[in-house]
Design a protein. Structure first.
Length: 511
């Protein structure tokens, strides 16, 4: 017997004539098929790795979207500050998630036991394979996204050191605990355990609850503890204003740019959560997620824009179209579809987006009524619609798509509106309560400690002047005009153009 190739396919020696030829043909065919299978496997690994690399990079681009949206939404005197905070979110998120975050979120998952946090992967110790490394990169982009949500809410009055501490703490510990519970194979709510919660586990495919509720509820706690910006709800003497003051954004163009960048990034966020693309099932999941994401974003934008216009016409008799409502409605639709993008039918994504627009409007007006100052409306977009997204998945998930995305064969575990017995909806509601309970229990004392030690809010005078001048060596924009005397001299010269010479100003000729 002689061995050929790494597939251990052998020829039988000692044969002759047609028997030998037939045997060789048979064995070489098996060898070729074996080699082809190995080649396909290698290609599939490379394809899946590239898919996650692309998706992770696209999600990371959302950092630029958040930066542009926040920078456009604040006043010009605070642009440097909010941009630096967004940049440090990426830096702090990378370091925090590298050191402890990935360990807490994904370490020590056994698939048969359930726990609270992972262990064993501190500083990515022992991770050297492509699948593990690219998995860390993809999940880091999600962690950084959760942290960035808070930046806009606390804009224009939060100290830099407080923000750095918060960003590290969230990405290294707080957010990963939510990840372990819902996405880890040993989590108490995960759908990926051998014995899932309520027989199905929580369905939050790309993170309406895990990412957006976590960041949004953290932002809500932060702005309550921090307090509103000066002049938002009270005058200089502390008296309550009859109408809240709306601080106009300094650049609508940056707001729109940020919105489009975020919408683009969501195509890595939602379809990328399929985690692979090398087989027909995962391809179906990713493709469906792309379509539902698009329709929910569009319907959310239209819903918020025209609903606000109708309300305005009823109150004032005039029809106006608010660009901010359209932009945030779009983002609300994206957040609302994130949990169920892979398991809901296409038509339902439009319904989810329309309702998301309404949820945003109600949430935004409720915050103002409660005198809670969210500088960019991140709380109604991410927290309120994060809850709606998780609930929507529990209502509209179909048996067919649950089988593809979660390998759930029991049709009774589908959404409550799709023939399910309600167990999926109940599980998702429990997930909402878990996120609120965990974030509230940890982040409330954290922010109050920062406030007690004077590390949270900037000095009132610094807030009046603007954080760019008080913290970052000058304003983001050079707003000083040219010297007035130079302008007057230029105008004199222009008025005498063509007279055959240049007339010296009177004061110079007298000299």
């Amino acid at each position: 017997m002689s061995e050929i190739g790494f597939c251990n396919v052998t020829f039988l020696e000692g044969l002759s004539g047609a028997d030998c030829y037939n045997e060789i043909t048979l064995e070489t065919s098996e060898y070729a098929a074996c080699c082809l299978e190995n080649d396909i496997g290698e290609i599939r690994i490379g394809l899946n790795t590239f898919f996650l690399l692309w998706a992770g990079a696209t999600v990371f681009l959302m950092q630029a979207g958040f930066a542009m949206l926040c920078a456009g939404s604040v006043r010009s005197k605070n642009v440097k500050n909010i941009m630096l905070k967004n940049l440090l979110d990426a830096c702090g998120g990378a370091l925090g998630f590298w050191l402890f975050g990935y360990c807490v979120g994904y370490g020590g998952a056994s698939g048969d036991k359930k726990g609270f946090i992972g262990s064993g992967l501190v500083a990515m110790n022992g991770m050297d394979e492509a699948g593990d490394l690219i998995g860390w990169f993809f999940q880091f982009a999600f962690a950084a996204t959760a942290a960035t949500i808070v930046a806009g809410s606390v804009a224009e009055r939060c100290k830099m050191q407080a923000y750095i501490f918060y960003s590290l703490f969230l990405t290294a510990f707080v957010y990963p605990v939510v990840v372990y519970a819902i996405w880890g194979s040993s989590g108490i709510l995960t759908a990926f355990n051998e014995d899932p919660f309520l027989g199905v586990g929580m369905v939050d495919f790309a993170g309406s609850g895990v990412v957006h509720m976590t960041g949004g509820f953290t932002a809500l706690i932060a702005v309550i503890v921090l307090g509103p910006r000066k002049g938002r709800f009270h005058d200089a003497d502390g008296n309550l204003l009859d109408e809240p003051v709306n601080f106009a954004p300094h650049s609508v163009a940056l707001q729109v740019l940020g919105t489009f960048v975020l919408w683009f990034g969501w195509y890595g966020f939602n379809p990328g959560s399929a985690l692979m693309i090398g087989n027909s099932t995962s391809a179906d999941v990713a493709a469906l997620s792309a379509v539902t994401t698009t329709l929910a974003a569009a319907s959310g934008a239209v819903s918020a824009l025209f609903t606000d216009s109708i309300i305005g016409r009823m109150n004032t008799g005039e029809t106006e179209y608010d660009l901010t409502m359209c932009m945030n409605g779009c983002l609300a639709g994206l957040v609302g579809i994130t949990a169920g993008c892979s398991v809901v039918p296409i038509w339902s994504s439009v319904i989810i987006g329309v309702i998301a627009g309404w949820v945003y409007i109600i949430g935004s007006k409720t915050l103002v009524m409660l005198k809670i100052d969210d500088a960019v409306d991140a709380i109604p977009v991410h927290f309120c619609n994060g809850m709606w997204g998780v609930i929507a998945a529990g209502l509209f998930a179909t048996p067919e798509f649950m089988l593809k995305a979660y390998s759930v064969e029991d049709p009774s575990k589908a959404g409550a509106f799709m023939g399910g017995d309600g167990s999926l909806l109940a599980c998702n509601v429990c997930g909402i309560l878990f996120v609120i309970g965990w974030i509230g229990a940890v982040m409330t004392p954290f922010f109050y400690c920062l406030k007690i030690f004077g590390m949270f809010r900037v000095d009132p005078l610094e807030e009046d002047v603007g954080l760019d001048i008080s913290h970052h060596k000058g304003p983001a924009y050079e707003l000083t005009g040219p010297n007035q005397e130079d302008v007057e001299e230029l105008m004199v010269r222009r008025s005498q153009h063509g007279s055959g010479g240049t007339t010296v100003p009177k004061e110079e000729s007298d000299a």
